[in-house]
Design a protein around this ligand. Sequence first.
Ligand SMILES: C[S@@+](CC[C@H](N)C(=O)[O-])C[C@H]1O[C@@H](n2cnc3c(N)ncnc32)[C@H](O)[C@@H]1O
Length: 265
Amino acid sequence: MLEPSMWVEAQKKEKVYWVNVKDSREESVPRESLLRFCKLLKLLERAEVKKDYVVTLDIGSGPNCGIFNVLRQGSLKIAIDPLFGYFSFGYPSDVERIKGVAESLPIRSNCVSATFSINMLDHTKAPEIVVSESSRVQNNDGILGLMVQVVSAKMKAINSLFHHYRISKNIGLQLHKMPRFMLKIVLGAFRILGLIFNEDVYAIFEDGFLHPHYLTSKDVFWLLSSCGFSPLFYKIVCDDKSTKKADLYVILENNRTKSYDFETS
Ligand SMILES: C[S@@+](CC[C@H](N)C(=O)[O-])C[C@H]1O[C@@H](n2cnc3c(N)ncnc32)[C@H](O)[C@@H]1O
């Protein structure tokens, strides 16, 4: 279970990210988010699931209502994010905005036709509860469209080694206060570890402050299937060579068993 203050720290960074989006761009939807929304919707088309959605939901939408900037379906569109209220972004006017967390969705069971979650699962306090809440609110033939940044087992191991709460609190969050010589020693130690593990250990360590969870694609599929979701289609895309993370896109149905097809690029 995640130390709660680690999620609070991650949300502080998330706020900084959205302040930058607001300050530096004319559009309220970051380009990388738009591309992800479009990729997920394309995959949804390929999965050939019904599209007469009544209630649609974007969990962890961001303060700009996320996928509803491109998705028009749904007589009732709901966007949930803990950052609503901090920013005044332009967003589609027909979206019901709820400030809240995905671990306790303020929504009745069995009523959502389509849930979307883009690049949020690894940002939450408890991904397993988020997936189980998504399953609870979904109606029986509802669909879930998910995009999660996934990592290799080695990156996950490095992250869990250094993202122990004490290390994070005593080293990670104190780096900017350290005297120069101490900082040099710590960064030198990270460089040596980087050579040993053949990974950018410092980058993984730092990234852990924005992403409280490091999930492999296996972890994600395990979480989803343990909550009764069956994947219809999935795709893994490695666009960002610098972080070595990959984007996993997956379309799932509740209570439907079907073998799935996949693509990698
Ligand atoms: C990387 S942003 C992605 C936003 C948007 N989905 C997009 O792709 O542009 C992650 C979002 O997850 C939200 N988030 C973090 N923890 C959450 C939680 N427990 N429940 C719901 N949303 C959460 C953050 O506030 C943030 O807006």
